[in-house]
Design a protein around this ligand. Structure first.
Ligand SMILES: Cc1cc2nc3c(=O)[nH]c(=O)nc-3n(C[C@H](O)[C@H](O)[C@H](O)COP(=O)(O)OP(=O)(O)OC[C@H]3O[C@@H](n4cnc5c(N)ncnc54)[C@H](O)[C@@H]3O)c2cc1C
Length: 417
């Protein structure tokens, strides 16, 4: 089972991030409502938990409070574009306030970037899988309770091996050195400069050299928001870590919804009018005849909530007529959309070290397949999920399934016990 979030027309990437030059002001500009009739939500609009399901849920609720303040009442015609976490949370919040809405969703399923697949005989999350920072008033914990889903602690044990030397590395030591280097970049004058360059000098001073450095960058930096160390600065990276409830020197706590992440969103969708398979192509918001145009027709609205991912907004696949204000479109251009992709493989029996949850891999091609997640401990099934991020994931997106599987298999051969 392979994901290609980058070429998915309804995602165009995995998570938003702040590239060099962008700031959280761009997130606020994207979140700003227009003319008391167009509202925006989605993880990219969150200034506290961007790139996460929590950020998406909270953004949907924030948008509804803005709608209510702008005068939404029971007779208002409210349209929501997108049945991901943000759109569903907004629809549920409106429902609680006694207001109905219609949700148009392009896919034939709800959840968006939350998608639990069961074709390998066990739940495999192809998008979000972890609840970050479950102890800090996280609304996903409440949703898990409502859905009857147990949140399991995640064992973060990891074994890192080098394909060439067959050597095992000390993952904790790599982490400590990377953290020391990152702390120096953050404390110095290069917090807004390209992270790769700023890190290179500090990494050497911290005793972190190739191949550990390449591994550390691919697993700890590229993998966080799917952005390469050449695309963002320390400040953007720090924002992403904080969004996950951690920081450069602070590990994020994580929990795993037993049975898959998808079930957490189910309580939000209960009783909502969701129209699946409806691709929105136009949003006309002139005062005379505001309407949303979809694959099979059109819907007039008084208020519309747009939860499209930044990548979709950047691709201009939905036409806004008249065009969005300059502040909104500038924010869309400035924000970045990172990429992380997964390949889930099932074997007759596990041939990899079956006890750790994570397997780190230092291969002959820098940055490829650096992180594997062993689903054995959580599903009791011989399933392993490889991850590629940032530039590597973009290069893989263009390859055929056979090429990607062949590449993964050559990496996996090393992970034999
Ligand atoms: C590989 C991967 C791993 C991740 N891991 C985690 C994790 O472990 N923990 C975590 O918290 N977060 C994780 N995330 C991020 C998380 O999934 C997202 O932040 C969150 O799901 C975004 O929700 P959203 O509602 O903002 O956007 P989306 O879920 O993308 O919802 C937008 C919806 O709009 C729909 N849409 C798009 N275009 C149209 C159109 N033209 N017409 C109608 N509908 C349209 C889409 O189909 C989608 O359903 C991960 C994401 C990915 C891709």
């Amino acid at each position: 089972m392979r994901t290609r979030w980058g070429s998915d027309p309804f995602a165009r990437g995995a998570f938003s991030f702040l590239p060099i030059g962008a700031t959280t002001t761009d997130r606020l500009a994207l979140a700003a409502s227009i003319d008391r009739s167009i509202f925006f939500a989605g993880e990219a609009t969150s200034t506290t938990h961007s790139g996460t399901v929590r950020g998406a849920v909270e953004s949907g609720r924030r948008a509804v409070s803005e709608m209510l303040a702008a005068g939404a009442i029971a007779s208002s015609r409210i349209v929501i574009i997108g049945a991901g976490a943000a759109g569903l949370a907004a629809a549920a919040e409106l429902r609680s306030a006694g207001l109905a809405s219609v949700v148009f969703e392009a896919r034939d399923r709800i959840g968006g970037r939350v998608h639990t697949d069961r074709s390998l005989g066990a739940p495999v999350d192809l998008g979000a899988s972890l609840v970050y920072d479950p102890t800090s008033g996280n609304p996903l914990v409440t949703l898990a309770r409502q859905a009857g889903v147990t949140l399991d602690d995640v064992d973060d044990s990891i074994v890192v091996r080098d394909q060439r030397s067959h050597r095992r590395y000390d993952a904790a030591e790599i982490d400590t050195r990377l953290t020391a280097a990152l702390e120096r970049v953050g404390a110095g004058s290069r917090a807004d400069a390209e992270l790769a360059g700023a890190l290179r000098t500090e990494a050497a001073a911290s005793g972190l050299r190739d191949p550990e450095l390449t591994y550390a960058v691919a697993s700890r930096i590229d993998g966080i928001a799917g952005a390469a160390a050449t695309e963002w600065a320390w400040r953007g990276y720090d924002e992403a870590l904080r969004s996950h409830g951690g920081g450069v020197g602070a590990m994020t706590t994580q929990a795993l919804p037993r049975g898959g992440f998808g079930a957490l969103l189910a309580p939000l969708a209960d009783g909502i009018d969701i129209r699946l398979g409806q691709v929105v192509s136009r949003l006309e918001w002139s005062r005379a005849r505001p309407r949303v145009v979809t694959t099979s027709g059109e819907a007039p609205f008084d208020m519309v909530l747009v939860t499209l991912p930044v990548g979709v907004l950047q691709a201009d696949s939905v036409v806004f007529d008249p065009p969005l204000p300059a502040s909104t479109s500038a924010a869309i251009r400035r924000l970045g959309m990172g990429l992380v992709d997964h390949l889930a493989l099932r074997f007759p029996r596990p041939f990899w070290d079956s006890s750790p949850t994570w397997l780190g891999f230092i291969g002959t091609t820098p940055g490829e397949w650096t992180t594997w997640r062993n689903l054995g401990p959580s599903t009791q099934q011989p399933i392993i999920v490889g991850r590629n991020a940032a530039l590597v994931a973009r290069a893989f997106d263009a390859r055929s399934d056979a090429q990607v599987v062949a590449s993964a298999m050559s990496a996996l051969r090393l992970l034999r016990r």
